[in-house]
Design a protein around this ligand. Structure first.
Ligand code: GDD
Ligand code: MN
Length: 362
């Protein structure tokens, strides 16, 4: 039988929180029919065993175990896809999201005109608990940026990780989601094709009792990637933009090394240029490996092999670049447009070939 409410709870090392969380849900949800799907990304503590033990006596507790994949947003998407319940809620398992507003959210969707109910910390009645001033400041800035990106100006808490959505709205949106990073709600808001009728319901974000937060600098980077993808992604893949960005940085480094060697150390121009190119390629490779393709990152011996193929690919790219620029220049196109066209086509070559051959993207 299909339950009314499907609760999707992403978990990563939350062993100590699962049992108290489940107990709270049982108290708050009373007689409603519901199921809970924990989506675990190969936790290193015994989260999976704890869920399995609790599921033994409860047919409404399920577990999705993902191995070799990670990321909060994609974990939520998989969980959301796995439930047939007409109302779906995404909720952290660390007790920071207050389950006492669940019934209020449910009745807003079931009896009201809404298809999305967001647990909000910033409207009257909500709160952010014991957050530091620094985290509050980050959260404010991120909220502002995401309002601009989603064109949802009224919403006070687009970064909330606690929201209930009608299954129909999720299903329509699922095909357009980006799935990267930490911010699944933001992803849904900026990807939805049909009308989103949302309501915010206040709650106070509680402090964590056990385990620790997974929010980190790399997650802030993923947030930037999500925004980039949502803003320009339809025109140019965000990964290519990162690649070009890294390339520009490499060009600055190249000129610095060239200038130092040629003007400072008085090394011959061809030698100085070769050394500068090599340094720039090594740096570009390292940065692309840790940012642009961080989800397919090469380490150890593969790093070295990758670097060699990258250098080979970029050398061909440089050749193509010069050929194309010279061709346009020969047609009396101005020098800088010719140069730019050559560089652009060279970059597309470097990007496309290295993505498939070095980082093995299909
Ligand atoms: N499966 C999976 N994979 N779960 C994860 C991952 C992951 O990569 N990273 C975190 N989680 C789980 C945690 O175990 C927890 O249940 C929930 O996702 C939230 O992670 P926290 O690390 O506790 O996040 P937070 O409390 O710092 O951040 C909260 O507030 C943010 C807004 O400021 C979350 O609710 C965020 O979703 C929210 O955007
Ligand atoms: Mn948390």
């Amino acid at each position: 039988m299909i339950p009314t409410l499907g609760i999707i709870s992403p978990v990563l090392n939350e062993a100590q929180n699962i049992a108290p969380f489940l107990k709270e849900l049982e108290t708050c949800l009373g007689g409603e029919s519901w199921e809970i799907i924990f989506v675990d990304d190969d936790s290193r503590d015994d989260t999976q065993q704890v869920v399995a033990a609790l599921a033994e006596k409860r047919p409404n507790v399920r577990l999705i175990e993902r191995i070799g994949r990670h990321g909060l947003a994609s974990a939520c998407i998989e969980g959301l896809c796995s439930s047939l319940a007409p109302y779906l809620v995404v909720m952290d398992a660390d007790l920071q999201h207050d389950p006492r507003i669940l019934l209020q959210m449910l009745s807003a969707l079931r009896d009201g005109p809404y298809n999305l109910a967001i647990g909000s910390r910033y409207i009257e009645g909500g709160g952010t608990g014991d957050w530091s001033k620094r985290r509050l400041r980050y959260s404010r800035v991120a909220t502002l940026v995401s309002r601009l990106a989603t064109h949802q100006n009224e919403i006070t808490d687009p970064m909330s990780g606690f929201f209930m959505i009608k299954r129909e709205l999720f299903r329509e949106t699922a095909y357009h989601l980006c799935g990267k990073g930490f911010k699944i709600l933001l992803d849904i808001l900026s990807s939805a094709k049909s009308e989103v009728r949302l309501i915010e319901i206040p709650y106070a974000f509680r402090s964590r009792l056990a385990g620790e937060s997974k929010l980190s600098l790399s997650i802030a980077l993923e947030f930037a990637i999500l925004l980039l993808d949502k803003t320009f992604g339809r025109v140019v893949p965000y990964r290519f933009l990162l690649f070009v960005f890294v390339g520009c940085f490499g060009a600055v480094l190249h000129l610095t090394v060239l200038g130092t060697l040629f003007l400072g150390a008085r090394i011959s121009f061809p030698l100085a240029q070769s050394i500068a190119s090599l340094v720039a390629m090594i740096l570009n490779f390292t940065f692309n490996n840790s940012f642009t393709h961080r989800d397919h990152q090469l380490t150890g011996r593969k790093f070295l092999g990758g670097l060699l193929s990258f250098i080979a690919i970029c050398s061909v790219g440089a050749f193509v670049n010069v050929e194309i620029a010279s061709y346009f220049y020969g047609l009396s196109v101005s020098w800088w447009i010719s140069g730019l066209l050559g560089a652009l086509i060279g970059s597309v070559w470097n990007y496309a070939v290295s993505a498939t051959l070095v980082w093995k993207r299909r």
